[in-house]
Design a protein around this ligand. Structure first.
Ligand code: AP5
Length: 221
C-alpha cells in the first residue's frame, strides 16, 4: 500500500474544522472526508442511512460507531484517497479511533490537530453560520459574510442555516464533545500524534499554521 498522509482535525462544534478541511483539500491536494457532510447529504437524499441518522443528527447526538466506521472505511478505499485524506469530524471518540487505527498501514503519516477556540465564541459563531445548500461553502454573518445576502458567492446557491445550529442543540453538541471527544484528544496526546493550532486566529492564518503543523509532523517533511 502507498504511504498516505492522514490528517485528522479535532475540535468542538464551530471550531472551524469544516472551513479548514476545505482549505487543506486545496493546499495539500488531498480529499476531505467530512462525516457530518456525508450524513447531511444522506439525510437530504432520504437514503436508508439518512433515515436512520436524521433524528440523532438533528438532536446533536452521535450516530452509532458501527454506522460511521462503515461509511468511512468504504470512503477511504476510493482511488482519490490513495495518497491520503483530511478527516473532518471523524474519529469522534476513542472507540472510533481504535477502529480507524486498524485501517492504517505501518507507513501512513498521521497528523492529529486540535483546533482550540474559547467556548464563549462557539455559540456566537454557530448561530451566525450560513452554509451553501448547493456547494457546501461555509459563511459567517460576522466573520465571513456573503457579498450578497443569502447567496453563495461561489456558486449562486441559497445559503441556509443548519437544523442543528439552534442554541439549545449547540449546547447539547458541546456536552457531547466534552463527554465523547475530549477523551479522544487525551488518547492521541498520549501516543504522540497530537498537536494544537489556535482556531481563534484569522481564517487564513489558521490554514497556514495547520499546513506548518502537518509538514512539521511528517517524517522527513
Ligand atoms: P459535524 O458536521 O461534524 O458538526 P460539528 O463537529 O458540531 O462541527 P461543525 O460543523 O458545527 O463546526 P466546524 O468545526 O466544522 O466549524 P465551521 O468550519 O463550520 O457533525 C454534525 C453531526 O453529525 C453531529 O452532531 C453528529 O450527529 C453527526 N456526526 C458527524 N460525525 C460523526 C461521527 N464521527 N460519529 C458520530 N456522529 C457523527 O465554522 C463555524 C463557523 O465559524 C462558520 O460560520 C465559519 O465561517 C466561522 N469560522 C471558522 N473559522 C473561523 C475563524 N478562524 N475566525 C472566525 N470565524 C470562523
Amino acid at each position: 500500500m502507498a504511504v498516505r498522509d492522514v490528517i485528522i482535525l479535532i475540535g468542538p462544534p464551530g471550531s472551524g474544522k469544516g472551513t479548514q478541511a476545505k482549505r487543506l483539500e486545496n493546499a495539500l491536494s488531498l480529499p476531505k472526508i467530512s462525516t457530518g457532510d456525508m450524513l447531511r447529504d444522506a439525510i437530504s437524499r432520504r437514503t436508508a442511512l439518512g433515515m436512520e441518522a436524521k433524528r440523532t443528527v438533528d438532536s446533536g447526538g452521535l450516530v452509532s460507531d458501527d454506522v460511521v466506521n462503515g461509511v468511512v472505511a468504504e470512503r477511504i478505499q476510493a482511488a482519490d484517497c490513495r495518497d491520503g485524506f483530511v478527516l473532518d469530524g471523524y474519529p469522534r471518540n476513542v472507540s472510533q479511533a481504535e477502529a480507524f487505527g486498524r485501517s492504517l498501514g505501518a507507513g501512513d503519516r498521521l497528523s492529529v490537530i486540535e483546533l482550540g477556540v474559547d467556548t464563549d465564541r462557539l455559540v456566537a459563531r454557530l448561530t451566525r453560520r450560513r452554509t451553501c445548500g448547493s456547494c457546501g461553502e461555509i459563511y459567517n454573518l460576522e466573520s465571513r459574510p456573503p457579498e450578497v445576502a443569502g447567496v453563495c458567492g461561489r456558486c449562486g446557491g441559497d445559503l441556509v442555516r443548519r437544523s442543528d445550529d439552534t442554541e439549545a442543540v449547540i449546547r447539547g453538541r458541546m456536552d457531547v464533545y466534552r463527554a465523547e471527544t475530549e477523551p479522544l484528544v487525551r488518547f492521541y496526546r498520549g501516543n504522540g500524534h497530537h498537536s494544537q493550532v489556535d482556531g481563534m486566529a484569522p481564517i487564513d492564518d489558521v490554514t497556514d499554521n495547520l499546513v506548518g503543523a502537518i509538514r512539521g509532523s511528517a517524517p522527513g517533511g
